[in-house]
Design a protein around this ligand. Sequence first.
Ligand code: 4AD
Ligand code: MG
Length: 461
Amino acid sequence: SILIKDIYRNTDKYAGQTVTIEGWIRTLRASKAFGFIEVNDGSFLKNIQIVFEEGLENFVEISKLSISTSIRVEGKLEVTPNAKQPFEIKATNIVVEGSSDNDYPLQKKRHSFEFLREIAHLRPRSNTFSAVFRIRSLTAFAIHKFFQEKGFVYTHTPVITASDAEGAGEMFRLTTLDAKNPPVDEHGNVDFTKDFFGKEAHLTVSGQLQGEAYALAFRNIYTFGPTFRAENSNTARHASEFWMIEPEMAFADLNDNMEMAEEMLKYIINYVLENAPEEMEFFNSFVDKGLLDRLNNVVASDFGRVTYTEAIELLKKSGENFEYPVEWGSDLQTEHERYLTEKVFKKPLFVTDYPKDIKAFYMKLNEDGKTVAAMDLLVPGIGEIIGGSQREDKLDLLEERMDATGLDKEEYWWYLELRKYGSTRHAGYGLGFERAIMYLTGMTNIRDVISFPRTPKSAEF
Ligand code: 4AD
Ligand code: MG
């Protein structure tokens, strides 16, 4: 059999030929003498129309099939230039592979995304989710292509780790404890801290620290893997499990870092526009009107740049009534980020040089002694999609920061050694993969761009 996408792309080759396709019924209407079936085989967003007539030996059976029945169809491909669909298959043989019960939840009507979340195992069969997850797959490929073509080494960093890469304590702890019979200390208390075969271990929040070790061997590396955050944030942009891409570059500073991030984002936008035009049209029509114009503008212009200190000034004189106060030294909230990128700059915006006290311990201290060489990339509609920095490459300054933030230097002994044996300026960033997919598709909830989302309120499936 052949794929429906192949027929759309090479119609001339198959016109007038006998073809066999396999797929699932999306719609079916039949009269006494003939009927139409729209079939989707997953290879393409679009369906193919099947025409069947009473001459077919199982005509009556086929007329009664329900939505989502899987079938195999053999017939002649007829080009229909004057009809709504560009071609149809005149069926000579239809075989039912698997019937579908009449209570199939995805009937032909628009379902809310909330409802579809409850049937995460069936939603990839709907047009929207078919488009989302094809874009997700293509974007993953585009990211690999981008970095591989630049010679970056794809590094697999551990999922189980002892270090807290962000120093923020938002880790899921792993345990080998027998809940019914836990080991206890001399006071009879369960010791939860050393419960991974006698050691403490967590699911990773970021592969960055190990990534730095590899960048100081390979020069340019990137990671692409799952990360976990035990933050209890019930927002449309936070998940407990999400994927992150973390390039790390030796002999690179904050400016090189921003240039790489901008080039990468433009590359993946161009990639999906070129390689998934039907899906992108679909989002533009049904999910986010104006998406294509916006993305085309983004690839054609330079991203904005502003320092944190300048950003605070802009926010203070904005006249906006923010829920959270704007104060030098406090972190930018989503409402602030969105004001800057949606109302002031109206394009992706790098905010740089944040106060050291609101950023992670590993960021390089600036000359002023108050700010660090950090950068966040904010985009309209979402807020932060990238967080990155130049790393502190001086051993004494790094140790000072670790002491100040209460981190145990012993635990990070190997990370500190990287500053002893050939330290150099280096920088990197983390792109939240799901946030990138939201940005590319116009989808507004992170739960709708992960196949089976894990958030503080849901871990079903
Ligand atoms: O800003 P973050 O916390 O930075 C780091 O983890 C660094 N170690 C990255 C680096 O420099 N190598 O996270 C990076 C990005 C954020 O900008 C955001 O897009 C995404 O990861 N992110 C989340 N996405 C979904 N759900 C969450 N809970 C997220 N937390 C962060
Ligand atoms: Mg961040």
